[in-house]
Design a protein around this ligand. Structure first.
Ligand code: UDP
Length: 392
């Protein structure tokens, strides 16, 4: 089956990193369209997948919080992109969209009867999306998506609560390979801790793009109540949130935590860095659609503390395979960190249980199985079409 994958960004966000293993393993007959160039493109090309970049800067003006005016102003850009996409899309059996903008464009560009899969990786709540964008997304999802794959039950419920049709929803949790974590050697860990400058101190890592709702500021507040510990921030502002980075840096220079906060920027050696931490914190202040970094931290064999909302609750069983704290509660987070540091045997028990759970439940095999099952739903329809029209 020929599948055209469509994604809005060439940046390495969670959605792109989450679909990459599937694309690597299913590169035959695949092609990818991106609406913006970036480091995702060469990674796809390395797998032998042809990539088209249909860059249209004006589309960048439409953000999650956008209102009607900016949506209207981008309509000419949409129209031009739509015709280019429609031309290419016509030659594929299935369109598979990995982001909201990609889905909306594909919905307008697909030929009649062409299956369209929307892999929805966003929680559709007022916290994250303007009312008009939510309405458009749900209307288009109900009308044009053949199936909506969601990365967690939390994402599924937000779609249904916003008016989305439950019968279209298929929950497929993201999956991560343990292999890159298992091949990290002790020398690399020692070198990284030296490089960070925290080699003899408890070291707490927070991984992910720097953004207010990712809550890195909450971890810096919590650090104030954990004497001696260091915090390492891995990630950068991916989508124009550089002002937030400045506030984090200003907070990090205050006397209670100065010299104990390290900004490493965006890195590709995530397994190595995770293995170099004592604790991994996920600090999002609102519901995370899934939370790849939580699974990655568990695979690294580290105790993970995450906030009790969204996908995190489906990944971690509190006190068993990790620790859950209230989103936005710095004092609770500080207490959870102190407890894990004070009780290393318990911390190790939780870390090992987390590792086992991540391996068992959030494997690449389970992810591949989930996506394959959805794609196979269309096989009878497509083979019927090919026998009647001889086209596919
Ligand atoms: N990540 C990375 N380099 C960094 C920071 C993060 O490669 O410097 C990766 C991280 O390992 C994870 C992804 O980015 O695979 C983030 O996914 P997540 O679902 O946690 O968050 P999202 O970005 O989708 O909101």
């Amino acid at each position: 089956m020929k599948i055209l994958y469509i994604d809005q960004t060439g940046q390495l966000g969670g959605g792109e990193l989450a679909i990459l293993p599937w694309l690597r393993a299913h590169s035959e007959n695949a092609r990818v369209v991106l609406f913006e160039d970036g480091p995702f493109r060469p990674l796809l090309e390395e797998c032998g997948i042809p990539v088209d970049v249909f860059a249209l800067d004006t589309l960048k003006g439409v953000r999650r919080e956008s209102g009607i005016a900016s949506i209207f102003s981008s309509l000419p850009a949409f129209a031009s992109l739509r015709s280019r996409l429609a031309k290419l899309a016509g030659g594929f059996d299935i369109l598979y969209t990995n982001s909201q903008k990609a889905f909306l464009l594909a919905a307008l560009s697909k030929r009649r009867g062409q299956p369209l899969i929307w892999h929805l990786r966003d929680i559709l709540t007022a916290e994250h999306f303007s009312p008009i964008l939510r309405k458009i997304a749900v209307f288009a999802g109900n009308r044009y998506a053949s199936v909506v794959i969601v990365n967690s039950h939390a994402t599924a419920e937000s779609f249904v609560a916003a008016g989305g049709l439950r019968r279209k929803v298929r929950v497929v949790h993201d999956g991560v390979s343990p292999q890159p974590f298992d091949s990290v050697v002790p020398e690399t860990i020692a070198m990284l801790r030296k490089e960070i400058g925290s080699d003899l101190r408890p070291t707490i890592g927070v991984f992910g793009r720097l953004s207010p709702w990712k809550g890195q500021h909450i971890l810096l507040e919590a650090l104030s109540s954990v004497p001696d510990a260091h915090v390492v921030l891995i990630g950068d502002a991916l989508f124009g949130e550089s002002a937030y980075v400045e506030t984090l840096k200003a907070r990090a220079s205050q006397s209670d935590i100065t010299g104990r906060v390290h900004f490493l920027g965006f890195r590709r050696d995530i397994p190595e860095l995770m293995k170099a931490m004592d604790i991994i914190v996920h600090s999002s202040t609102s519901a995370e659609p899934f939370g790849l970094v939580i699974v990655e931290g568990m695979l690294a064999g580290k105790p993970v503390i995450a906030t009790r909302a969204g996908g995190a609750v489906e990944i971690i069983q509190d006190g068993e395979s990790g620790t859950l704290v209230t989103p936005g509660a710095a004092s609770e987070l500080g207490a959870a960190i102190r407890r894990l540091l004070a009780e290393p045997v318990e911390a190790e028990r939780i870390a090992q249980a987390g590792r086992r759970r991540a391996e068992r439940v959030f494997s690449l095999e389970a992810l591949f199985q989930g996506i394959s099952t959805v794609i196979n739903e269309f096989k009878p329809r497509l083979s019927g079409q090919s026998s009647s029209s001889g086209k596919h």
